[in-house]
Design a protein around this ligand. Structure first.
Ligand SMILES: [Cu+2]
Length: 515
């Protein structure tokens, strides 16, 4: 018996040593060759039913773009090409409208729990570990009525610290859920939010130092609708003529699982598959002539160009923080990570189907049935004429890629205040994106606790599409964007690039607002 045991254990040692050497070999190959994502991508193409000629062509195209597959320490990693999925269609999931725990006078009480769950993304795929708010993936829609106080009990049921950040809400910094408001695992925290801003589509997501990107990637993102009874001229029957689309790109392992560690890219983790409200290849049955769609770019790093398959125009009616000065007809709507827009889509002339595409790839198909007539009154906000040569009170220079990113030459330090501001003062910030030798990349610049106006891009007035309240603005390489803002709440707020991996790498600063 004893000899047999020792033979077994010797065999075991050989096996373990073999695995160890093999592991080191694979690691070296990954480090020096950088072919990891590349191979995964090819495997996946295979699984998704693309033939090898297609995937070789994709590889070829990537090389021709001048992007190599090497995710070196400086970044410049290959962005995944979006692919149409041949996954069977499924009805678009509509996030639950969260019911208040109770309502007393002017106060509405909710409970939001960050939890671990599992999700199966592919019909024949394995289940993945995912995160969600009050569920397995993503979160509910929380209505925040203008003029009310909303009290939210936040509970962290994850095994790691998280925060609950209310992206776009104009609230004091200690309620904002930035990196300073960590909720340890198993603990809870209560926030009190006085809702006093334009009706709009905001969202909430985690913001803990070092794991924001991974937690969002795994599924933590939910909707916040600021509503106002006075604004009732728009379609507003939730899930019927007023639908949200949280659009995200994800990369899956050959067996259909999400694996952040395997696919993480320091320049922003991208995927080849588009998810709408957490699902692949979705359909929505349209019942009214006019559908209001609230688009949220919830991806870690990818910009999306949204178009309709029938090349019809959409009408954009709102930006991040509320209505536009006037509705804008457009064929292509571009959103960078963190940005939102509301559009109206007119189906009265559409037969059978029309689809929404991102970068030319269909992700949600609208099926047209009997349509109810819609009578719409589109709200607008006051037009504000601004001088585009307004002098900047602050200059912020965004620079770098990968893990060499900075704002004004510095990376985030929680102990350092970068900007001191006074509550109620109106300031002009000029945000410059300084290109590097490789040309640089677009950075979506986000400020907490405030809604701002874009006043110029390279000295020219912004497009009509940007003439509304914003909390996140795209700044292209070599571009200077001026914004005007007035902090109305106090405390230490973050400003940062909303490419989540750039934020993690330190492309973030702090503005302290005092009385
Ligand atoms: Cu960035």
């Amino acid at each position: 018996m004893k000899e047999c045991y020792s033979m077994k254990s010797k065999g075991m040692w050989f096996l373990l040593t073999g695995i160890l050497i093999g592991g080191i070999f694979v690691l070296l190959v990954v480090l020096f060759n950088g072919t990891w994502n590349h191979n995964n991508n090819m495997d996946q193409n295979h699984m998704m039913g693309h033939d090898s000629a297609t995937s070789q062509m994709d590889d070829h195209m990537m090389s021709d773009n001048g992007m190599d597959d090497n995710d070196g320490p400086m970044g410049h990693g290959a962005m995944q090409e979006l692919q149409a999925s041949d996954e069977p269609t499924k009805p678009l999931p509509i996030p639950t409208a969260l019911q208040p725990d109770r309502v007393t006078g002017d106060t509405v009480y909710y409970t939001v729990e960050a939890t671990k769950g599992t999700s199966q993304f592919f019909k024949d795929g394995k289940k993945s570990e995912t995160f969600g708010y009050n569920g397995d993936l993503l979160g509910p829609m929380i209505e925040l009525p203008k003029g009310k106080t909303v009290v939210i009990d936040t509970i962290n049921r994850l095994d790691e610290p998280t925060t609950f950040h209310w992206h776009g809400l104009v609230i004091p910094a200690d309620m904002d859920g930035g990196p300073h408001q960590t909720v340890p695992p198993g603990e809870r925290a209560q926030v009190r939010l006085d809702i006093d801003q334009e009706p709009s589509t905001l969202w909430f997501h985690p913001h803990p130092m070092g794991s924001t990107a991974e937690q969002v990637y795994k599924g933590l993102a939910g909707l916040l609708y600021v509503t106002d009874d006075a604004q009732n001229g728009l379609p507003n029957e939730y899930g019927v003529d007023d639908i949200p689309l949280i659009v995200q790109d994800r990369l899956f392992t050959p067996n259909g699982e999400l694996d952040y560690d395997a696919h993480m890219n320091v320049d922003g983790t991208t995927g080849d598959t588009i998810l709408a409200n957490g699902a692949i290849n979705t359909t929505f049955d349209v019942q009214t002539e006019t559908l209001r769609v609230r688009l949220v770019n919830g991806s870690n790093a990818r910009d999306f160009d949204f178009t309709l398959s029938n090349e019809a125009e959409m009408t954009q009616i709102a930006t991040d923080g509320g209505p536009l000065e006037r509705p804008i007809p457009l064929e292509t709507l571009t959103l960078t990570p963190g940005e939102r827009a509301e559009v109206l889509i007119d189906f009265s002339q559409v037969e059978d189907v029309a689809a929404l595409k991102a970068d030319g790839v269909t992700f949600t198909t609208f099926r047209i049935g009997e349509l109810d007539k819609a009578s719409i009154k589109i709200p607008t906000i006051e037009t504000v004429e601004r001088s585009t040569d307004e002098t900047a009170d602050r200059r912020l220079t965004l620079f770098g890629m990968g893990n060499m990113v900075s704002i004004n030459g510095k990376t985030y330090d929680p102990e350092r205040i970068d900007i001191e501001a006074k509550r109620g003062d109106t300031e002009v910030w000029e945000i410059e994106n300084k290109p590097d030798m490789m040309g640089g990349m677009t950075h979506p610049f986000h400020i907490h606790g405030v809604q701002f106006r874009v006043i110029s891009r390279d000295g020219k007035p912004p497009s009509d599409q940007e003439k509304g309240w914003k909390d996140t603005v795209a700044v292209a390489p070599d571009e200077r964007v001026k914004i005007e803002l007035t902090f109305t709440k106090t405390g230490t707020f973050m400003y940062h690039c909303h490419i989540l991996e750039h934020e993690e790498n330190g492309m973030m600063g702090q503005v302290n607002v005092t009385e």
